[in-house]
Ligand binder design. Structure first.
Ligand code: ADP
Length: 258
């Protein structure tokens, strides 16, 4: 059974005479535990698609089913609950609150959750431990590096233990070495069972995904297994260095249910 099913997802923005289809009739199915890289040029429709998958942007046509739940059939407040429980988000800019400490930033999504402060702090500390930042819990955002800020943002995204993590250009502002560290962290989270959907224009980053989709002009042009990645996984190597040219693999036609 598929976990996430995008059925003819379409988003048209009313641009007066010329309406723009930012996402144009995209269908696919994801299983739990997949790691998907969505690639495409600027303006291709990646962020719009991710927003729709993230229950934040209602399609003008089509359906999003998650675990047999029709996400946009939910009332707005139910959808907000769904988003909170089911999804974690990380963005290119970290959006850390500058006057809160690292651990307080990670605790933010727990504000509305049940439980006492001590319990929430323990959860946040565990998330920080998971991203390798346990020691820096009491620093302020201006006392940590860019890569560490991204880790804090990841800890904040996973503190609720969502089954699905959505990432929009998560390494867009980071240098090569830090990018690699963050991608390794996403791999680790995926290895622990988290489903990851990542938008990127970077072939190097997409190389970490197990499955790569390419979008242009709002259409899904390719949907392929990253066979190279799977081979590497099977050899249980922890570090992967995929030059862009090696990402291309024969089409896994069965994936695209179109
Ligand atoms: P990407 O993330 O691949 O750069 P986007 O999803 O941001 O692409 O945008 C896809 C297309 O939809 C672009 O042509 C963009 O200008 C248009 N678009 C995105 N958001 C809006 C909006 N809110 N209103 C009108 N057009 C939009």
């Amino acid at each position: 059974m598929s976990y996430i099913v995008a059925e003819n997802l379409t988003k048209t923005y009313d641009g007066g005479a010329a309406a723009v289809a930012a996402v144009d009739d995209i269908s696919f199915q994801l299983k739990a535990g997949e790691f998907i890289g969505i690639m495409g040029e600027s303006g291709a429709g990646k962020s719009t698609l991710l927003g729709m998958l993230g229950a934040m942007n209602a399609p003008t046509a089509g359906r999003l089913m998650v675990d047999e739940l029709d996400v946009y059939g939910l009332r707005p407040e139910q959808r907000a609950d769904f988003r909170r429980e089911f999804l974690g988000f990380i963005f290119q800019s970290f959006h850390l609150v500058p006057y809160l400490t690292v651990i307080e930033n990670v605790m933010l999504p727990l504000t509305v959750a049940k439980g006492g402060n001590r319990e929430k702090r323990a959860k946040a500390q565990a998330a920080l431990h998971q991203v390798g930042l346990a020691e820096k819990a009491n620093r302020l955002p201006n006392q940590i590096s860019g890569g560490e800020s991204e880790r804090v943002a990841i800890a904040r995204a996973i503190v609720n233990e969502p089954p699905v993590l959505l990432a929009d250009e998560p390494t867009g502002n980071l240098d090569t070495r830090t990018t690699r560290e963050i991608m390794e962290l996403l791999l680790q989270l995926n290895g622990e069972g988290m489903t990851i959907i990542m938008v990127t224009h970077s072939p190097d980053c997409a190389g970490y995904a197990r499955r790569i989709m390419r979008v242009s002009d709002g259409k899904l042009r390719e949907d392929q297994f990253n066979l190279r990645r799977i081979e590497t996984w099977q050899k249980e190597e922890s570090t992967i260095d995929l030059p862009p040219s090696r990402i291309q693999v024969p089409a896994a036609g069965s994936l695209h249910t179109g």
